[in-house]
Design a protein around this ligand. Structure first.
Ligand code: ATP
Ligand code: MG
Length: 553
């Protein structure tokens, strides 16, 4: 895939200009997750965008936890986020930054604003503050506490910090403009009282800064130059600028917004994913049907495929949806040269070669990967009893069915031609065994040219077959039928998971380890599950099928 993305995205254009004008010397970007859930494919966009810019401009990329709201944050999420960012290959020098480490500096910043007459302690209740705020059409009203003296504000704010007041009794507000057309500028709250134990600072603080105040300070402290966030923060930018200007940072960071990544047929909202997990509809945050990064990793997606997908989907200012089929295309392309091709029969039916000697076995040499000459070859065993896919046999075939049916001859991949001479059924009418005869003349590699057959099917030697469970996935929601039901719940696809517990795989898969990926020829790419697979019971996830509905431009 040599098609380099040559046109510079709008963020690069801004950075180029800033560098030209000498605004910054070194570009510093950051990814600022809130540790309140697992990362998903949308976050990967933000990570790779920020990291990519740092690399491109020889700058620095920071991983900083935005942990200013202790209610929802957990250590478990910090661990998983660190792992995911590493997995994607975004290098943060193993330096994990926490916004909560800057609480002292944020407190000092608040004092600075108070001293400048730019912040005040307000005693209005939450409801009153809302009432005073006004609406989109009407300006707000000044708080009666707005004109407190600097001394009084300093004293009250210190008392807020020292735990003199109850939660919610007072807040610190920026003094900006209650009649601003932008509601975010109508004296926003910048500190609140909340007695909560913080995962990092414990009970040291009973006041916590609000996001819109904390975030620009975090960026400025780290020397971030371009603070890249998603579009919903566009209306908050004037407040971001106000904070960094009033605090007089010498090289104030600049906020730039881009459109979130949306994917068709998948659930990206943290809220929805959490609900699927909490309701037990999926097997945890890493259920391979989800698009959390841990789920994609478990399913067998590669960081390279995700990076490629982000390149193809681009960076934009306008909301749009990317095609899930494009992500699948990217992983297929990435795995093509990497994954050895093996024979795996996921829904087996037995085949007996009636004219093949009972105690005979042979070995065929098969290429490991025609797309990668370095992958070499392997020996595959063959004997009288084999397995083939159940749907590679039909008692009464439709037109253009070239596989096994009574009287038809097919090629067993890499071995012999066999002709179907009969079949057995059980009492329920299910086919239990397909009988064939083979023609020794047609041995693969013998140069046989006597006749041609139209179908080639894969097979596994029953004597050496490895048992496995195979899990097939479909989209968890079907967008064409509507992602949401009328009541707002997710419209789930009942076929999102199919478990085939009796798969028969080629002997070389014995001992395959978590994360190992193979192509099962004619079907798709399969990855050994990292949670449920063991030496006793192999479990494979289908990463993606071979057939694509996506057409690269
Ligand atoms: P929450 O609703 O809890 O805020 P969030 O998905 O915004 O969820 P954060 O941890 O705040 O989670 O996000 C970290 C960063 O990832 C933010 O800069 C955010 O803008 C970005 N981000 C989140 N979702 C997407 C998405 N779908 N596409 C691109 N970037 C995203
Ligand atoms: Mg967020």
């Amino acid at each position: 895939m040599a098609d380099e993305v040559v046109s510079r995205n709008f963020i690069e254009q801004i950075i180029d200009k800033d560098l030209e004008e000498g605004k910054y010397e070194k570009i510093i970007t950051r990814f600022p997750p809130e540790p309140n859930g697992y990362l998903h494919i949308g976050h990967a966009k933000s990570i790779l965008l920020n990291y990519g810019l740092a690399v491109k401009y020889g700058g620095q990329f920071n991983l900083r936890f935005d942990d200013t709201n202790p209610t929802k944050e957990k250590e478990e999420f910090v661990q998983s986020i660190v792992e995911d960012v590493k997995w994607l290959g975004a290098d943060f020098r193993n330096e994990i930054l926490f916004a909560s480490n800057y609480f002292d500096k944020m407190y000092e910043a608040a004092i600075k604003l108070i001293k400048k007459g730019k912040a005040y302690v307000c005693d209005l209740s939450a409801d009153e503050i809302r009432e005073y705020r006004g609406t989109l059409k009407e300006p707000g009203k000044n708080s009666p506490y707005r004109d407190r003296s600097v001394e009084e504000n300093l004293k009250l704010f210190e008392e807020m910090k020292d735990g003199v007041y109850a939660d919610g009794e007072k807040v610190l507000r920026a003094k900006i403009d209650m009649s601003s057309p932008n509601i975010n500028m109508r004296d926003p709250i910048i500190y609140r009282i909340a007695r909560m134990t913080h995962h990092n600072t414990g009970d040291k603080w009973c006041i916590y800064p609000m996001y819109d105040f904390a975030h620009p300070i975090e960026d400025a402290i780290e020397g971030v130059t371009h603070s890249i966030c998603t579009l919903e923060f566009e209306d908050h930018r004037p407040l971001y600028d106000w904070v960094v200007t009033e605090l007089e940072y010498p090289h104030p960071p600049k906020q730039i917004e881009f459109a979130k990544l949306y994917l068709t047929n998948v659930v990206t909202g943290k809220r929805y994913i959490k609900k699927l997990v909490d309701d037990g509809i999926v097997d945890g945050w890493d259920d391979p049907r989800l698009v959390t990064l841990s789920a994609l990793r478990r399913r067998g997606y590669t960081p390279e495929a995700i990076r490629r997908f982000m390149e193809l989907s681009g960076v934009s200012k306008a909301n749009s949806s990317s095609d899930n089929a494009m992500l699948e295309y990217c992983v297929r392309e990435d795995l093509k040269p990497k994954a050895d091709r093996v024979m795996g029969v996921i829904d087996p039916v037995k085949v007996v070669i009636d004219n093949y000697p009972e105690d005979m076995t042979e070995e065929f040499e098969i290429e490991n990967n025609p797309d990668n000459p370095d992958a070499g070859t392997r020996k595959v065993s063959f004997s009288r009893e084999l397995y083939v896919e159940r749907d590679d046999f039909m008692e009464e075939p439709p037109k253009k069915y070239f596989r096994l049916f009574p009287g038809n001859e097919v090629r067993l991949k890499g071995a012999y031609f066999v002709k179907c001479v009969g079949f057995d059924k059980d009492d329920n009418g299910n086919v239990t065994t397909v009988h064939v005869t083979y023609d020794p003349e047609t041995r693969s590699g013998s140069g046989f040219e006597g006749r041609k057959v139209k179908g080639t099917i894969h097979w596994v030697d029953a004597r050496t077959a490895v048992n496995a469970e195979v899990r097939l996935y479909e989209n968890i929601v079907d967008e064409e039928k509507g992602k949401l039901n009328d009541d707002g719940s997710l419209n789930l696809n009942p076929n999102s998971l199919t478990v085939l517990s009796d798969a028969k795989l080629e002997a070389c898969l014995m001992g395959a380890k978590a994360g190992d990926t193979f192509q099962f020829i004619r079907d798709g790419y399969f990855c050994v599950d990292s949670k449920d697979s063991s030496d006793e019971k192999l479990v494979f996830n289908r990463v993606v099928g071979l057939k694509s509905s996506y057409k690269p431009q």
